[in-house]
Design a protein around this ligand. Structure first.
Ligand SMILES: Nc1nc2c(ncn2[C@@H]2O[C@H](COP(=O)(O)OP(=O)(O)OP(=O)(O)O)[C@@H](O)[C@H]2O)c(=O)[nH]1
Ligand SMILES: [Mg+2]
Length: 421
């Protein structure tokens, strides 16, 4: 009996854990917000007499190691001995999801693209030509509805075929600028590992990512600090700087080629029933993320959100506080009736009870209002735009725009704590 190891990767909230649960019968946490899966989770399933160990990896938008989850996902795909990596993508936003597909392609060649949320895509009038997508990417593509177990049989079948080499994926990675492609060729001739990792290591050498270079040297047991590699790297650095390519903007240049390719492929394989719907969302997107209107609109929305949260929280906060005060009187009577010593009453009622209830009445109402409002903003697609607008600013503090939610929550709590109560 054969056993194989499979990884599930993808952007946050594309249904990886839902598919994982449907395949393994386990109960991983799922829900309609990002970042639920925080660590790798392993499960097993059996198909056609073969055993599969499947690993659900926390969602990530990229593998360029800008955050811990990106590093975890990248290292797992790269250094774990996987038989196949399944990249789960969202059928309703193919273009954005293809970015990760192209990045995984640079690390591994045994990949399958699993297009999930087909029911949602159907509702939005989006149809995808899977055969064409598969030809353009060079890897097997399968469409599923994660919640419906029956639709996963085709995925199981393709996983088995790739694991047993009945289907051999032949990924077609993005072609970068000619100067970058030539440099990749030059450097990869010095690294004697298999494709595609050879090309990827050359890319990492070009981007000067010291941390991953050290990890690669250690895990792949190769020396990337040889004289010939260093000489070639120096030559390439001179050539790059003459062409205005610095290590600081190198990954941005790569990303822009990837994004162009994603746009190009999406145009070729996606069809929209209501073309105006897509045009409208693109228009809205341009306004919400534009330099002129993006920040003022974001500030306006955030001010409204803060105002509703802070003003709205006052009433339930006061009600809760009155209720706890009323309950305190009753508890004091009970303690008196039980003839509890004064120090015990003070400790339990004026100490523990008073503090806990005060924190609850101050903290709970703003959270109960803030989170549903943020969920609405997320469903409207405004939250990712806020994260995008704030990304550059947050980068100065060595974090990413995704922290916008945490910051907003902090601001409302701080205001409520100091000014309202
Ligand atoms: N309509 C529909 N909803 C789905 C489908 N697959 C998953 N979902 C829903 O999408 C949401 C996100 O699913 P998860 O499985 O938690 O997503 P994830 O990719 O594991 O998310 P992270 O762990 O945060 O990266 C949940 O509310 C699921 O019920 C599907 O095929 N159709
Ligand atoms: Mg998950």
């Amino acid at each position: 009996m054969n056993s194989y190891k499979v990884a599930l990767v993808g952007n946050p909230n594309v249904g990886k854990s839902t598919i994982f649960n449907s395949l393994t019968g386990m109960k991983q946490h799922t829900g309609n917000w990002t970042g639920k899966t925080v660590g790798n989770c392993e499960g097993k399933y059996k198909f056609n007499g073969n055993y599969f160990t499947i690993v659900d990896i926390p969602g990530t938008y990229s593998l360029m190691s800008n955050s811990e989850e990106e590093e975890i996902a990248r290292d797992f795909i790269c250094f774990e001995k996987l038989d196949v990596t399944v990249i789960v993508i969202d059928a309703t936003s193919l273009e954005r999801n293809l970015n990760l597909v192209y990045q995984v392609m640079e690390i591994s060649s045994n990949i399958i693209v699993c297009v999930n949320l087909l029911d949602e895509a159907k509702k939005k009038g989006i149809s995808i030509n899977f055969d064409k997508l598969s030809k353009l990417l060079g890897v097997p593509v399968v469409g599923v509805i994660g919640k419906k177990k029956k639709t996963l049989n085709s995925l199981k079948d393709i996983i088995l075929k790739v694991c047993t080499s009945k289907i051999i994926p032949n990924p077609k990675p993005v072609k970068y600028l000619p100067i970058i492609e030539d440099s990749i060729l030059l450097l990869s001739s010095e690294i004697n590992l298999q494709s595609p990792i050879n090309r990827w290591i050359a890319l990492k050498l070009l981007s000067g990512d010291e941390k991953i270079i050290k990890t690669i040297s250690y895990k792949c047991k190769i020396n990337l600090n040889t004289n010939s590699i260093n000489t070639k790297s120096d030559e390439i650095s001179c050539l790059f700087s003459r062409n205005d390519i610095q290590s600081s903007n190198f990954e941005k240049i790569l990303l822009s080629s990837i994004l162009k390719q994603c746009e190009n492929i999406t145009h070729q394989v996606c069809q929209y029933k209501d073309i105006n719907y897509t045009k409208k969302t693109i228009k809205i997107d341009r306004i919400l993320t534009s330099k002129k209107f993006g920040i003022p609109i974001m500030l306006l929305f955030l001010c409204i959100l803060f105002w509703i949260t802070i003003v709205g929280a006052n009433y339930p906060s006061q009600l809760l506080s009155d209720f706890f005060e009323y309950l305190k009187d009753k508890i004091l009577i009970l303690f008196e009736y039980l003839k509890s010593p004064e120090w015990l009453t003070d400790l339990l009622v004026n100490g523990v009870y008073q503090t806990v209830t005060w924190v609850i009445s101050v903290m709970l109402p703003p959270m109960a209002i803030f989170f549903p409002l943020f969920t609405i903003l997320e469903d409207l697609g405004f939250l990712p735009r806020i994260a995008f607008n704030l990304d550059r600013c947050f980068k100065c503090a060595c974090t990413s725009g995704k922290q916008a939610l945490t910051m907003c929550l902090g601001v409302t709590k701080w205001y409520h704590f100091y000014f309202v109560n």
